[in-house]
Design a protein around this ligand. Sequence first.
Ligand code: ADP
Ligand code: MG
Length: 360
Amino acid sequence: MPSGTVSSQPDANVAAAVDDPQIELIGVRKVFGDVTAVEGADLTVADGELFAILGPSGSGKTTVLRMIAGFEQPTAGVIKLGGVDVTALPARHRDVNTVFQEYALFPHMTVAQNVEYGLKVKGVPKAERRRRTADALDMVRLTDQAPRRPAQLSGGQRQRVALARALVGRPRVLLLDEPLGALDLKLREQMQIELKAIQREVGITFVIVTHDQDEALTLCDRLAVFNDGRIEQVGNARDVYENPVNRFVADFVGTSNVLDGAAAEALMGRPGMFVIRPERIGVFRPGTDPVPGVRTVEAIISEVIYAGPTTRIAAIAEPDITLTATILTASTWLPPDLHHGTPITLAWPEKAVHQLKFEE
Ligand code: ADP
Ligand code: MG
């Protein structure tokens, strides 16, 4: 099935359900020569929302952001900001600011001068400029770094300077393109929480582009999943994770056991395409009987991957179906001594099985 069938289904996209739209994309397409970067995108982001655009590299995320900012003109379609058609409006007249992945701070200026610069260009009076710069630095907790230069800062601090610089002009909309991409994992996780707190505090609509599904789920109020220039699904983190509309979303957002064909017939007792998240599958002693509402299958462990708090177990059930279960390492009911070749019973609640609407 072509993935386009999905985005043409009205229920795959909750664009119409937003009360107070700040950003609207209506049938937006972008073609570069013979590459279609964005294919008929319909999307609505509410005022004050923290919205994530998630998708693999090359799926059209940056292009969408650049069209919202006005750096790129759509080939077709309409873009509205605050209810006003801005499709033909140049970037400098849009109430939008962008944080790029390469922060592009001025190396010869201090932190405070970097943040203040945009206001200076706009001709904001000095006293107000100083006050707003101080507020912005306070917001990103960089007040004590104000006199330093970018080269004297850590990666996380530079990221916060870029954020302060974008916030100081108080745009209605802030666009962030892979803003945490340059940071290592620990710092990235810390910044995700900070970014969320800052967004809540300023109440500005944030659109964050990321290829990292954990980041999108952690950060956002809602997200759009992009694939090859198309929007596959729009929803809140729970919707998208628990009810993926198709195999692409099920595989890209989290890890999934996807069963179809003979495997579906064998394990579900009916044809179709089904998704079970690994954390929904329990591991028990072999020969464990099912209880009502729970399905079980006998399997042989093929792989045990210890990952600290969780352990991932891959097991093979008849007829040659590999299922992955993620269990809490500390589970007391865990059969001891799990390794390659151990017979086990896998069990999952029937209600944990999600049937995909569309067959591929
Ligand atoms: P993402 O941000 O999701 O990685 P992009 O929006 O940057 O994806 O790119 C989407 C597609 O459009 C890619 O195939 C990319 O090569 C192409 N593309 C983006 N910008 C241009 C451009 N200025 N000229 C030609 N092709 C482009
Ligand atoms: Mg990009």
